[in-house]
Write a protein that binds this ligand. Sequence first.
Ligand code: C2E
Ligand code: MG
Ligand code: MG
Ligand code: MG
Length: 289
Amino acid sequence: KQHEHPLHCHYQPSMMTTSIEQTRLTADLKRAIDNHEFEVYYQPIIDLHHNKACGAEALVRWHSPTRGLVPPNDFIPLAEDSGMIIEIGHQILHQACMQTYDQIQKGHWPTDFLLHVNLSVCQLLQTGFLAQLETVLAETKLPAKNLTLEVTESRLVTQPLLTTQILKEIQSLGIHIAIDDFGTGYSSLAYLNQLPFNSLKIDRSFINQMMVTENYSAIVTAVISIAHNFQADTVAEGVETAEQATKLKQLGCRYAQGFYYAQPKPMSEWSTETVNKSGKTHQLAEYQA
Ligand code: C2E
Ligand code: MG
Ligand code: MG
Ligand code: MG
């Protein structure tokens, strides 16, 4: 066993019957870790008050020599089941923090840039995670205030007390916590009351249905209101149309993210975009209202 973290990242009995493809994928992923084949893409997060990007979410892509560009949904689940997510997640966090610090240093990104990085609950529960987090920040020199860690709501409920405790410790380092895919899990409002978080990310499915069904619009309104009462921000995920963006502003949602604004893109494309757009002075793109 290459990993020693506790609880629920072990192989499940059901995985005894792994298919040949899963066995191959596991072997390929191990090689990918050794060869550092993961690249972080960045999707802008837009501040709806100014229609300006104020941060970005780091989204991993795997450049496999045999499979091509592999999206996260095709390998993150296996990486979580096998415990490999711990090493992969560490590489992603390191790369994202390092590149963000570099962008800020060069003046491409503002000093209050918000970097969001997805965190698997397996990573969170590994022994020594907090120390690892501090080491990454020290090594990359990224200030804690620039970092938000996103944890998916549905994954938190498996170990509610322990995760709550660790999230509080993460916050005490000055790092922010966002609850990802909010509304799709099973956490109760009572649990939410215990949970430390700085923002709620409203799941794409709600944004998608918001213009179609009045009920969904009511749910989005309720989430924004809940966040407000907890002194937390809201980020709308998967915004694809101008109508959705307008509606979200009306409802008082602070931040948005989605293909309407921009696709996730590698750092190389961010650099050229900013250079082309404004010549010598690098600024984050402004977006249509
Ligand atoms: P997520 O964290 O909820 O990320 C948002 C996903 O929605 C991304 O998919 C993004 O490309 C996609 N998206 C953004 N805007 C739109 C839109 O307007 N329409 C639609 N249809 N989709 C949009 P992606 O990059 O394929 O990532 C999928 C999931 O994989 C992420 O969902 C996250 O749960 C996981 N993931 C990605 N990177 C990492 C990582 O570094 N670590 C971990 N543990 N999980 C990751
Ligand atoms: Mg996310
Ligand atoms: Mg999400
Ligand atoms: Mg998601």
